[in-house]
Structures are given as structure tokens and as C-alpha cells.
Design a protein around this ligand. Structure first.
Ligand SMILES: Nc1ncnc2c1ncn2[C@@H]1O[C@H](COP(=O)(O)OP(=O)(O)OP(=O)(O)O)[C@@H](O)[C@H]1O
Ligand SMILES: [Mg+2]
Length: 414
């Protein structure tokens, strides 16, 4: 039995697994599920943190407290060290991420009936593809969180490389494959060759772009305008108008920033916008959203509409009755395609770059290994077929291929 626990701490979902008698055993981290939503909820009245679907239900039931999702996106940023009062004590994001990882450790130990002090931790190829300092800080932040959670030995493995390890059975020897791991926060690629005993890695590359960015783009384009985004406010004495400030809408559409808007200061800002608005009724919805803390519910609406539109042939209607009775907004396929076109380009360019780094020609790739929830998006399939049109798709367990590979790597270390 391996001493190592594999943990895939994901932007949207996390998972844990280990190897016993040569077989990968996944931990049921959330009720009957092998994955747990990377979400936390701090109730106002109690002293304990809820995670996963319990946290999501607390949000849906509108319990009083603080909900957070997409914690991984905060790694490496100055927000990590900002202390705020939660559960009657000052906590920062190190404490919150460590507490989440500690719950994964405890649930794993309870189910496996043993201690895990060593972890093979997944990490994106690049936490931040634009800033090397933030990228390095994110990795050291995550390591610190694992240490705070009680792990003594921490080995990092890029998530797409772990996924490649877990699919070797599905690919012929000498075949060239490329893992396309599109998660909530990052898109990662690994080009690899199946060799006799395992895999030879050719190159990995990644970009900070994922399903939460797709949610955000749809939210800003279709929902936020119903709250005032892009609308005019009066400015100055002469009846001049300007466009309302952008930042509040950007933050409201960004999963990891939403909870930071629930302050007296933001509420005052929203009140001021209602007062100055050319169309106050529209900005009243923004005030209502901040006052009633509806930002995450709106983000979930954007996410659900994204998934619905991905398999719909025609327009998709977003029901916004939580803002106003009878309010809804339509998304038509052509507008969605415009919103996503830059993402498709970025993904195909990053995949192309990966093959260049691997010194592999496009024609030589015979298999694409899709991993991560957002790999189900049509835009990802278009980006992939633009670069490697002839490659065949390998069927994978899209939400757990990474954690399986992390556990397998742990077994090799033991
Ligand atoms: N059926 C679907 N169609 C399109 N997107 C989906 C579908 N199901 C889930 N997603 C999206 O997949 C993303 C989550 O995928 P996943 O759980 O693989 O990410 P993650 O591993 O947590 O993130 P990362 O690896 O980037 O840190 C979310 O943005 C979610 O909206
Ligand atoms: Mg992932």
C-alpha cells in the first residue's frame, strides 16, 4: 500500500485517491461522489466551516453567512494574506485553503483507515501564464497550505501529466497523445508518447483560462447589463452623462471576488449609482444584488446557462426572476460565439505551442485525451480540431483522470 495520497485541488472541484494492491481507490469526498465542489461556507451563527455540496446548499437556502468558491484563483495574489473576520476570528486565505485541504485529508484517512502524511499534489502547468512571479508565489502558497493542513512530504505534479499517466491503457505503444485538460481555472496541455512501461513526456504548457472565465464572459455580456453595466449615469451639473464604472460589474461576475463586494462601502456605491442613473430601475437591481448578496446565485445562473447553451441548437433564456419578477434575458448562438471566439483562439494557440515545444508535428498526434469539465465545451473541441483534426478522442473519466494519475505517481514514489 502506498503512503501517498493524491490530491487534485481544483478551481471548481477537488478529489483525492491512493493506490492499494495496485488499484486506484478514490475517496468519496462528498456524500456518494468522488469529487467535492471547491466551495466553502462560513455560517454566521456557528463556528464550523461547511464544504462542497453542503456549502452550495447553504447558499441556495440563503443561510446567513459567507460563501466562497474558486479559492485556487486567489493563490499567488496579494489577497491571500488579507485578513478578515470569519467565525469570530481573523482568517486569511491561507487558513481557508488549508482548512479545506485538512478536511480532504481527514475524510481520506477515515475512509482508508490510515494516516496520510505524504501528498502528491496536482498543480496547473502555470498558475499564471502572464506573470512568472505570481506563478511562483502561487506554487509556494499552495505548498504552504498543504503544510498547514498537516502534510509533511509534498510532491507537485502538473495536472495534465497526471492525467496522461492514468490513460496509458487506452493508447497503443509508440502512439503520440496530447492531454487537453480544461478545468474551471486553467487550460493545460501535455504531449506524450506511450512507451513500453509507461509514458515519455514531450512537453507541457498551459494558460490561465477555464470554465469560470467562460461563465464570467457570459455574465458580463448578458446578465450584468440588466444591472446597469454599460448604462449611463449623470455626471456634473450640465446634464452630461458617462458610462457607469466598470469595476463593480467585473468583480460581481468573477467567482473569487464576489464575496468581497458584500460591504457597506459597495452598498453605498450602488446607492449612489441608483441616485445618479439615467434609468434608476436598472441600477436598483444592482443595489438589490449587493444588499441581498445574490452575486454567487447569478454566477451559478451564468454557469448553468453556459452548459445549457453548449448542447442547445438555438437560443437559451436566462431566467432572472431573482432580480425582478418576469425578468429574463436571451442568449443567441451567434452572440455566444462572438463572446467565446477569443478563447477558442487562445486555446488552439496554446495547444499549438505545446506541440512546438515538444518538437512534435501536428500530423503525428494520433490521440487527444480530453480532461476537465470544460473540455466538454464545443469551443474546446473546435480549438482542438483546428490544430489536430485527424486525432481520435480517447474516452476518459473527465473529472477524475487527474487524481487517478496523482495516486499512481504516489505509488511509483513509495
Ligand atoms: N457538461 C458541461 N459542459 C460544459 N462545461 C462543464 C460541464 N460540466 C462542468 N463544466 C465546467 O467545468 C468546469 C469545472 O471542471 P473541473 O472540475 O474539471 O475543473 P477543476 O479541476 O476544478 O479546475 P482546474 O483544474 O482548472 O483547477 C466548470 O467551469 C464547469 O462549469
Ligand atoms: Mg482540474
Amino acid at each position: 500500500m502506498s503512503d501517498w495520497l493524491g490530491i487534485d485541488f481544483g478551481t471548481s472541484n477537488s478529489a483525492a485517491a491512493y493506490v492499494e494492491d495496485g488499484t486506484v481507490k478514490r475517496i468519496r469526498l462528498d456524500r456518494e461522489s468522488d469529487t467535492v465542489p471547491t466551495a466553502v461556507f462560513f455560517p454566521l451563527e456557528e463556528k464550523s466551516m461547511a464544504v462542497g455540496s453542503v456549502a452550495n446548499e447553504a447558499l441556495i437556502d440563503r443561510l446567513e453567512g459567507r460563501y466562497m468558491r474558486s479559492l485556487k484563483r486567489v493563490l499567488g495574489t496579494p489577497l491571500m494574506a488579507e485578513r478578515r473576520t470569519i467565525l469570530d476570528r481573523k482568517m486569511d486565505f491561507y487558513d481557508i485553503v488549508a482548512a479545506f485541504l485538512k478536511i480532504i485529508k481527514q475524510r481520506s484517512e477515515e475512509q482508508a483507515g490510515r494516516r496520510f502524511d505524504k501528498v502528491v499534489a496536482g498543480r496547473p502547468v502555470l498558475f499564471d501564464s502572464r506573470n512568472a512571479d505570481i506563478d511562483a508565489r502561487a506554487a509556494s502558497d499552495l505548498e504552504r497550505c498543504y503544510r498547514m493542513a498537516g502534510f509533511d512530504d509534498i510532491v507537485f505534479l502538473p495536472e495534465p501529466e497526471a492525467a496522461a499517466l492514468s490513460v496509458t491503457g487506452a493508447i497503443d505503444t509508440d502512439a503520440l497523445g496530447v492531454v487537453v485538460d480544461i478545468g474551471g481555472g486553467t487550460s493545460d496541455f501535455t504531449a506524450f508518447k506511450k512507451s513500453g512501461g509507461g509514458i515519455d513526456l514531450a512537453a507541457s504548457h498551459g494558460v490561465q483560462l477555464g470554465g469560470t472565465d467562460f461563465d464570467r464572459a457570459l455574465n458580463l455580456k448578458f446578465i450584468m447589463p440588466c444591472l446597469g453595466h454599460g448604462h449611463s449615469i449623470r455626471h456634473g451639473m450640465g446634464g452630461e452623462t458617462i458610462t457607469a464604472p466598470n469595476a463593480i460589474f467585473q468583480d460581481l461576475a468573477t467567482w473569487e471576488k464576489i464575496h468581497m463586494l458584500y460591504t457597506g462601502k459597495t452598498l453605498t456605491l450602488a446607492k449612489g449609482l441608483v441616485r445618479d442613473a439615467v434609468e434608476p430601475d436598472i441600477f436598483q437591481r444592482l443595489h438589490h444584488t449587493i444588499d441581498w448578496q445574490l452575486g454567487h446565485e447569478i454566477a451559478f445562473l451564468a454557469e448553468r446557462s453556459k452548459i445549457a447553451s453548449n448542447s442547445a441548437a438555438g437560443p437559451v433564456e436566462i431566467d432572472l426572476k431573482l432580480l425582478e419578477t418576469g425578468l429574463s434575458v436571451g442568449m443567441n448562438p451567434a452572440d455566444i460565439e462572438t463572446v467565446f471566439s477569443g478563447f477558442t483562439d487562445t486555446l488552439s494557440e496554446t495547444l499549438d505551442d505545446t506541440l512546438t515545444r515538444a518538437k512534435v508535428s501536428r500530423d503525428a498526434v494520433s490521440h487527444v485525451v480530453p480532461v476537465g469539465g470544460a473540455s466538454l465545451m464545443r469551443l474546446v473541441r473546435s480549438a482542438t480540431s483546428r490544430v489536430v483534426p485527424a486525432a481520435s478522442m480517447v474516452e476518459t473519466e473527465i473529472f477524475t483522470a487527474v487524481v487517478d494519475g496523482l495516486a499512481m505517481h504516489g505509488e511509483a514514489l513509495a
